[in-house]
Design a binder for this molecule. Structure first.
Ligand SMILES: *Cc1c(COP(=O)(O)O)cnc(C)c1O
Length: 429
């Protein structure tokens, strides 16, 4: 079982959990905080990281394990760590390699919560973050690096700017600057984009979005590509003895899994951003249909984008699958199977028309979410990105007339009908 050469559709349904005779076919929800042992020596081994069985759900749980193994397999990484949210995933993924006094370089086109984490909270912890325009040239981006820079961060598809990342440029910069490239692949999903094949070293997700896919559960995940050489002198926390584990050296003991094991046994242990077993079970369930759903999300979004492009009430449409999109060449290169389910458009009449449009939608719901099987709509300037200054909004790709649609897997004709009637209402007609 667990053949490496399975295609992603097979990994999605069969990967990560391999029951033995008489064990449940479906990974059970192990709703238990703790696990029983008979021997004190065995428990001592667990604490010394010489054994990997579960012993306390803040550090691991069999239901997480099934989810982590499946998503790691689908991304093509060596191992994963489930977290309580996407925010927890980005926080742990970076704090694991970057401490007070150190520095991160990030593309500025980010999810609002990530932008705020980097602009407000990391600096309070002593970690400085420099935001760069992802379209800037290699030399200009490299100029943002400092001797203490420890990671380069970006999203596969910027949210809500919907720019596709130039992986070749970013991974080259990361290699030259000797730091890992950390990618938020929430919008791409492993079904549409494979960051490790394009030079990424760490992938994170808000599992809350497409991985869950049904708007039931909050969670996240960090996947380790196992492809970064931590022995370059810049990551002593991975290569030098850890006094909280009797002088263990992660790279020496765990080889290519050093990063993800350290994230679990240091930061998950100490910060406790642990995923509930029930949510892990929901994500496992969601992953089964992820390849099917991403296909439909992409087909529907492209059809709706093309429809909106021709519409009188619409001044512009932004979808990375449209040939006129500024990063269309990158879409073809990195998302050849589809450009995911999120599109934005400018509504004639600006903010006021935008509000009317959202309220007039009947099938498409006004909710703060993306990646649900159900279509939803949002006005980022007045919601997800409202804490940002106008300048910051611009840098992250948000304008006042921008409407964001997360296109679901309903029938496309029903979606078009709903959008058309709501557009008519938005123009007072
Ligand atoms: C939602 C989202 C996050 C944050 O995830 P939560 O699960 O809400 O904490 C991070 N990145 C992207 C791209 C997102 O869409």
């Amino acid at each position: 079982m667990h053949k490496k050469n399975w295609r992603i559709e097979t990994q999605a349904v069969q990967g990560g959990y391999d029951p033995k005779p008489s064990e449940p076919r479906i990974p059970p929800i192990t709703q238990s905080t703790t696990f029983k042992y008979d021997s004190a020596d065995h428990v001592a081994k667990l604490f010394d990281l010489d054994a990997t069985d579960p012993f306390y759900t803040r550090l691991g749980n069999p239901t997480w394990d099934a989810f982590e193994k499946k998503i790691a397999m689908m991304e093509g990484g060596v191992a994963a760590l489930a977290t309580s949210s996407g925010q927890a995933a980005s926080t742990i993924s970076l704090l694991n390699i970057c401490r007070a006094g150190q520095h991160i370089v990030t593309a500025s086109t980010l999810y609002g919560g990530t932008y705020s984490l980097f602009a407000n909270t990391f600096p309070k912890l002593g970690v400085e973050v420099t935001f760069i325009d992802p379209n800037a040239g290699e030399e200009e981006i490299k100029a943002a690096f400092r001797p203490e820079t420890r990671a380069l961060f970006a999203e596969t598809i910027g949210n809500p700017g919907l720019n596709v990342l130039d992986f070749e440029k970013f991974s080259q910069i990361a290699r030259d600057m000797q730091v890992p490239l950390v990618i938020d692949n929430t919008f791409g999903t492993p079904c549409l984009c494979r960051p490790f094949e394009h030079g990424a070293n760490i992938v994170i997700h808000s599992a809350t979005k497409y991985i869950d896919g049904h708007a039931t559960s909050l969670g996240g995940v960090i996947i380790d590509g196992g492809n970064f050489d931590w022995n370059n002198g810049r990551y002593p926390e991975l290569t030098e003895p850890d006094s909280s584990y009797h002088g263990l050296r992660y790279t020496e003991k765990f080889g290519p899994m050093a990063y993800i094991i350290k994230a679990r046994v240091q930061y998950m242990r100490d910060l406790g951003m642990a995923l509930g077993p029930m949510n892990a079970w929901m994500f496992n369930q969601g992953l089964h249909t992820l390849p099917l759903r991403m296909e439909r999300h992409s087909v529907n979004a492209l059809a709706l984008a093309k429809h909106l492009e021709k519409h009188d009430c619409v001044s512009w449409v932004n979808y990375p699958g449209l040939p006129r999109h500024p990063t269309y060449e990158l879409t073809k290169k990195y998302l050849p199977l589809g450009a995911s389910g999120v599109l934005t458009f400018g509504i004639k009449g600006g903010t006021e028309a935008g509000k009317k449009f959202m309220e007039a939608c009947k099938l498409i719901a006004l909710v703060v979410h993306v990646g649900d099987a159900r279509s939803c709509v949002l006005h980022p300037a007045s919601t997800t990105h409202r804490q940002l200054s106008e300048e910051q909004q611009k840098a992250s790709g948000v304008s006042p007339d921008l409407i964001r649609l997360s296109v679901g897997i309903e029938h496309i004709d029903d979606l078009i009908e709903d959008v058309d009637q709501a557009l008519r209402v938005s123009q007072g007609g």
